[in-house]
Write a protein that binds this ligand. Structure first.
Ligand code: IPE
Ligand code: IPE
Ligand code: MG
Length: 237
């Protein structure tokens, strides 16, 4: 990948369109998710090669639990298989995997697969891959507020100490810089409860490409668009 100037440190992707990709081909939705997993594999490699340091991918939202049982089960099985199959490759490529989301609802098998990949890849320094699984930005904010309130109630924290930094550090993304670029595929123009606090000043990039078709070329296009943006943060240039 030739893009070198002005590479975003943190790219976040709403990987959308697997179902439509499958439907267009007369396939089951779950086959779209399998193809989506391949697109994720390529994208991790391409992002690392481009010099991206943090890649957050929205893989399963808390709202997605409401999909038909068969689809949820297929997705969970895919997550388990994916992390097991990819653990060695990711470790060798220097990718550190972290999961961001509520962990309470996962089956023992999924919980163990997640624990294992986080442990196996903990030393990775090339790229941090954050898998948003059972993730809801609003519930993440609610949990943070509840924790802060509890600390105030216990006298551990003064109300005056509540600031943007404390809130950022109370979220599941604590320690991770805010995303510079948020990409959404499949022609939908919404955030769907993804990184609402963290993406305050992110550049947004939308493409009609369905997630399973996202490749190095598409990532390159998004990075080029980002490089051409002027981030003003409310100031006058
Ligand atoms: C994104 O693709 C993957 C997940 C939400 C798990 P979709 O499954 O939402 O695909 P579409 O939007 O129905 O095409
Ligand atoms: C957002 O996509 C969640 C993921 C990509 C995992 P959805 O397909 O679930 O979102 P909506 O329903 O179009 O808003
Ligand atoms: Mg969708």
């Amino acid at each position: 990948m030739s893009t070198r100037a002005n590479i975003p440190q943190h790219v976040a992707i709403i990987m959308d369109g697997n179902g439509r990709w499958a439907k267009l081909r007369g396939k089951e939705r779950s086959e779209g998710h399998v193809a989506g997993m391949e697109a994720l594999r390529r994208t991790i490699q391409n992002a690392a090669e481009a010099g991206v340091k943090y890649l957050t991918v929205y893989a399963f939202s808390t709202e997605n639990w409401g999909r038909p049982k068969q689809e949820v089960e297929a997705l969970m099985a895919l997550i388990c298989r994916g992390v097991e199959l990819e653990a060695d490759n990711l470790r060798e490529a220097g990718v550190r995997v972290k999961v961001m989301g509520r962990r309470a609802n996962f089956s023992a098998e999924v919980a163990e697969a997640i624990r294992s990949i986080e442990e196996q890849t903990a030393a990775g320094e090339q790229l941090t891959l954050i898998l948003a699984l059972d993730y809801s930005s609003r519930s993440e904010i609610c949990d943070a507020v509840r924790n802060i309130a509890r600390r105030v109630q216990q006298g551990e924290l003064a109300v005056e100490q509540i600031d943007e930094h404390l809130i950022s550090e109370s979220l599941l993304s604590a320690g991770v810089p805010d995303p510079d670029l948020v990409i959404r595929t499949s022609g939908e123009y919404r955030l769907s409860n993804f990184l609402l606090w963290q993406a305050s000043y992110a550049e947004l990039y939308f493409t009609d490409v369905l997630w399973p078709d996202f490749d190095g070329e598409e990532l390159h296009r998004a990075l080029e668009a980002y490089a051409a943006r002027e981030r003003r943060y409310g100031l006058v240039k």
